[in-house]
Write a protein of this length. Structure first.
Length: 253
């Protein structure tokens, strides 16, 4: 016979886990595995109101600045190639006049075409290099802006520096140097200023094509009719053990 109000034997007491829904004020997380659950806002710790924005923009600015600097360096190479390969306009001194040696020549048009061809190659190379370097991070608007600005600056630099590297543009000084009957080449220049836009436009087209064909892809979310992923089943939780629960073998009455 068991004496009333006698506590159970600790050696034979079975301890059972209490489910979360049995504790007042708690409930299972119904959005834990729901792909369409609303995103929870995370607190962003920052030293000031604009710190987080600056931290997000700083990597983009660095990438864009790097692309622009690279394009400017490529523009120097383009200037050297244009000054070296561009067809020259031959001139001849005839008394107090400077005449074209070949009045029907197409050297000036050839110089414009060569500048556009070199700019096209520079645009393809810079776009390909920028895409390969930034492909893992998914590219970004900074790459496109850097290629557009850098391509335009590179073209302007190649035009200005190429004119300086080419033959002198001082025709009177050159005519006096060679004397009457002498020959010299006129300075190279662009007649079609639209050739300056070939590099940035080609870079934009190539970058867009590479991003569309080989860019980083994000996984599509599951369709709305797909069942939500279930949480892994844990050990079954029994009812809570009450203070009056007796041992399994029980006491004799």
């Amino acid at each position: 016979m068991t004496v009333p109000n006698t506590p159970p034997d600790p050696a034979h007491t079975e301890v059972r886990a209490v489910p979360d829904d049995a504790v007042p004020g708690t409930a299972p997380d119904q959005y834990a595995h729901d792909p369409y659950a609303p995103a929870q806002e995370e607190s962003v710790e920052s030293d000031g109101p604009g710190t987080s924005l600056v931290q997000r923009l700083l990597p983009e600015v660095r990438i864009g600045a790097g692309v622009v600097v690279t394009c400017v360096v490529v523009g120097l190479v383009m200037a050297a190639l244009w000054a070296w390969l561009a067809p020259k306009v031959p001139l001849v001194v005839d008394g107090d006049r400077i005449l074209y040696l070949d009045p029907e020549g197409e050297q000036r048009a050839g110089a414009d075409a060569l500048f556009a061809i070199i700019g096209l190659g520079a645009g393809i190379l810079t776009a390909l290099g920028a895409f390969l370097v930034t492909r893992r991070r998914g590219g970004g608007i900074a790459v496109a802006v850097g290629l557009a600005v850098g391509g335009l600056l590179g073209s302007l630099g190649a035009w200005r520096i190429g004119r300086w590297l080419g033959p002198s543009g001082d025709l009177i000084g050159e005519a006096r140097r060679v004397g009457n009957g002498g020959h010299f080449d006129a300075g190279i220049d662009l007649g079609a200023m639209g050739a300056l836009l070939v590099w940035p436009m080609a870079a934009m087209v190539v970058l867009l094509a590479l991003s569309a064909a080989f860019g980083k892809r994000e996984e599509d979310p599951p369709p709305y009719w797909a069942p939500a992923a279930q949480a892994p089943a844990g050990p079954p939780a029994g009812p809570p053990a009450g203070p009056g629960a007796g041992s399994e073998d029980g006491g004799g009455r």
